[in-house]
Design a protein around this ligand. Structure first.
Ligand code: NZQ
Ligand code: ZN
Length: 394
């Protein structure tokens, strides 16, 4: 078990009508003029945006609004938010939405006090030293951005999707009312569940094997989400099931399942290129590539994959062959993806084969022209990435 620092400073306010407390919470964290940042239509249509604004008014807090954040949030909207915050003297940013809105809010938060262009952070040309405080009223359990230290932003110029990580813009608080996720379409629910499971699996597939508590927490998250997703797909307003998934989303990406281990993150890196290139939903992109990654690496440590197969996927243990059990687990995971409506290949993801040029471009960007590898379970160079994309392109 490796040494670790565990830092999860976000105050979580969880439960029915939790959004009514937003104004008090902003006051507690000393916000006086708020940017209420949101996405397309969902938060407006459901009345959540009104409820949040009402709560701010009741707490006597001034605010301005900026909507229009799209999935795979764009740097152009971030720049617009930076300008608006400066002009209006905003001192607190409230993201009402999912990972895309939160990531856009985090980007604005570091952009406001920075003299240069906010994209510099994502290109690793600058380090954020200060930011406006950020908080969220979460509407989709998926990205885990409500408790993570990351923000992922897309730049249409060059179809680049890049992350920036810093503890300073972690959310001050996260309001989570599972009722607010009842309106999620089945596809977004499934994408979210896939991302929650992947955040756990990226940390689970490691070469450590003396971290029983971390493994058990991870397996519990994976099993709970895997069973519960069918209940919410069948009954979207099942509060208890929505609540299990919502809390799992935060636990999966607040580093709890990373204590004592190092993450791999290859599947995420490969997926960010897919959503940068094809503008697909992040969760669906992960499902489309994971099996090809797993088949590429599992023989390095079949016992780890066999444990996953037995404890998470419920595959019978073939004690004579961990390799056999491991492969059965990968196949079972892909059957699960199909059962919840997720793709397991690039053609299923984008509706056609990727071209050779697209595959080369994604691998080139992902590896910075073969300047670095990704992943820790098996470090992957540019050629490995190309091979995995081809494997998924069937
Ligand atoms: O825009 P609206 O109309 O709100 O619709 C959204 C959007 O179309 C809809 N939605 C959200 N809540 C809803 C709802 N529809 C009905 N009812 C509700 N309650 O869902 C769609 C997807 O929303 P989005 O915010 O894009 O989803 P998600 O939370 O999955 O975020 C994905 C983004 O997060 C990044 C991904 O790369 C992607 O860009 N990630 C961020 C991470 C982080 N910051 O730590 C880590 C992740 O690995 C991930 O990379
Ligand atoms: Zn993710």
């Amino acid at each position: 078990m490796k040494d670790f620092n565990y830092y999860a400073p976000t105050e979580v306010v969880f439960g029915r009508e939790a959004e009514a407390r937003t104004g008090q919470l902003v006051h507690k964290y000393q916000g006086t003029k708020v940017l209420v940042h949101y996405g397309g239509q969902s938060a407006k249509r459901s009345g959540l945006l009104d409820a949040v604004c009402r709560s701010l008014q009741e707490a006597g807090i001034a605010y301005v609004t900026l909507g229009g954040v799209v999935p795979n949030p764009r740097v152009a909207k971030v720049r617009e938010g930076v300008e608006l915050c400066r002009k209006e003297g905003v001192d607190f940013i409230l993201a009402v939405g999912g990972g895309s809105v939160i990531d856009s809010a985090k980007a604005i938060s570091i952009g406001v006090p920075y003299e240069g262009d906010v994209w510099d952070f994502y290109l690793r040309k600058a380090v954020a030293e200060t930011c406006l405080p950020v908080a969220t009223v979460l509407t989709i359990p998926a990205a885990g951005s409500e408790m993570s230290n990351g923000s992922v932003i897309t730049n249409d110029e060059g179809k680049l999707k890049k992350d920036y990580c810093t503890d300073i813009f972690r959310c001050k608080f996260a309001v989570m009312n599972p009722e607010r996720t009842f309106t999620l379409p089945a596809y977004q629910t499934a994408c979210g569940v896939t991302d929650i499971m992947m955040h756990t699996m990226e940390r689970y597939f490691s070469h450590e094997d003396d971290m029983e508590i971390t493994d058990s927490v991870a397996e519990s998250i994976l099993c709970t989400v895997k069973e519960t997703v069918f209940k919410v797909l069948h009954t979207p307003d099942d509060y208890v099931s929505r609540a299990q998934i919502m809390w799992a989303g935060s636990l999966a990406h607040n580093d709890l399942t990373g204590c004592g281990t190092v993450g791999d993150w290859s599947t995420h890196c490969l997926e960010h290129e897919l959503s940068g290139m094809f503008d697909v939903a992040h969760g669906a992109g992960l499902a489309s590539i994971w099996g090809s990654w797993a088949r590429t690496v599992y023989l390095l440590r079949p016992t780890r994959f066999a444990r996953f197969a037995v404890n998470v996927m419920g595959v019978p243990n073939d004690f004579t062959s961990p390799e056999h059990t491991a492969l059965a687990g990968i196949e079972a995971m892909e059957r699960f993806y199909h059962a919840i409506g997720m793709p397991t290949s690039i053609p299923e993801l984008i509706g056609r084969l990727a071209t050779e040029e697209e595959i080369q471009t994604m691998a080139r960007i992902c590896s910075d022209n073969d300047a670095h590898t990704i992943g820790t379970f098996k470090p992957l160079n540019m050629q490995d990435m190309i091979d995995i994309y081809w494997k998924a392109n069937r």
